[in-house]
Design a protein around this ligand. Structure first.
Ligand SMILES: [Zn+2]
Ligand SMILES: [Zn+2]
Length: 356
């Protein structure tokens, strides 16, 4: 029993995903047979397409690589995002995978691997949501929400038509009826058509949850962050409010330590600030911290830049079309040319990162 509980809590298993599939499947088995003869052709086609899409994107989210970081792809993973020197600092090693953590990555204790741009581990898809499958996850949420909303609409529309057969002056707005009569009529329809009524009510109640989750993920994209990073940002907000956070400038021409951070990334911008916390609430005195000039105390999140926020559309593009070097081919070419001109130690930066 305790081993089972340990597995359910700590390991990958499809129990919740099976529950999700059963919930969808049983609701469909309940509502489709009685509703089907009452649908016109265009509604039949729409229903079939909408019922298939969540399964397709559930399969895609569950079976795609969320961005597993392996020793082989590590050099590539390092060049996806630069360190922001605020929530991601270079030189931190994953204790389990023994690799340098790329910016925006996190180790998932359930998948037992480091994941690129990890958002969260999702028990409904039995997989992490990360760089590699975030778009499938968003499409799964969108089409599940759309299906549930459409089912709510179709369900009430069928029930309203059935009421009309008994009450010829009936409209769904209930014109000519007082509130109590109106609700009694609907209650009668729900009882008379239990299967359609039950599933319709379930859809009505669950649709806001799925839309809410989708809305939350769009908010995260708008803010240029992930579920994982938003937790780090809220920790920072507390440190800042308490007066323990300081920032200072990072010059753009600084010399990078290419044994712990990539010489270049495909991201169009680099951090111009370093943000650190101190134990005593006094400005940092540590030697060797990146950046130049005086330390400035920061009180609010809005006083620091989020390097990973390029604006809503570019953030969205990064989720759906995360192509390599999509924004700044020119800059990358220039950077490559510069790297080629340097010593061998510099141009083999990625292989030294890998050794690390
Ligand atoms: Zn790891
Ligand atoms: Zn995971």
């Amino acid at each position: 029993m305790s081993r089972l509980a340990h597995t359910l809590w700590n390991d990958k298993h499809p129990v919740i995903m099976i529950f999700f599939i059963l919930l969808l499947g049983i609701a469909e088995i309940l509502i489709v047979p009685p509703a089907w003869p009452l649908l016109n052709d265009s509604r039949k086609v729409t229903s079939v397409i909408l019922m298939l899409l969540p399964y397709i994107f559930l399969y895609a989210s569950a079976n795609s690589d969320p961005g597993y970081i392996t020793p082989e792809n590590h050099p590539h993973q390092m060049t996806l995002y630069p360190y922001d020197f605020t929530i991601f600092h270079p030189g931190q090693e994953c204790r389990t995978c023994h690799i340098l953590k790329p910016a925006r990555s996190k180790h998932c204790s359930i998948c037992k691997r480091c994941i690129s741009k990890l958002d969260h581990h999702c028990i409904f898809i039995n997989n992490c949501v990360g760089y590699g499958n975030q778009h499938y996850f968003l499409l799964l949420l969108f089409f599940t929400a759309t299906l549930i909303t459409y089912a709510t609409y179709i369900g009430f529309s069928i029930l309203s038509n059935e009421i009309f057969k008994h009450l010829p002056n009936w409209t769904w707005r209930g014109k000519g009826y007082v509130w109590s009569q109106y609700f009694n009529i609907w209650a009668w329809a729900l009882q008379e058509y239990t299967r359609i009524g039950g599933v319709t009510l379930l859809c009505l109640l669950t649709a806001p949850l799925v839309w809410g989750l989708l809305g939350y993920h769009f908010y995260l994209i708008w803010a240029g962050t992930t579920t994982n990073e938003s937790m780090k940002w809220s920790d920072w907000a507390i440190e800042m409010a308490d007066g323990y956070a300081f920032k200072r400038a990072i010059p753009s021409n600084r010399q990078k330590d290419t044994t712990i951070e990539p010489a270049w990334t495909r991201w169009p911008v680099e951090s111009e600030q370093v943000v650190v916390r101190t134990e005593d609430g006094l400005p940092p005195i540590r030697e060797g911290v990146v950046g130049v000039g005086e330390w400035e105390r920061v009180w609010k999140l809005r006083d620091v830049e989020n390097l990973y926020d390029l604006g809503f559309w570019d953030n969205l593009k990064d989720v759906f079309w995360p192509r390599y070097g999509v924004w700044h081919k020119k800059e990358r070419k220039a950077e490559d040319a510069r790297n080629n001109g340097r010593s061998n130690a510099d141009s083999s930066a990625t292989s030294s990162l890998r050794r690390k």
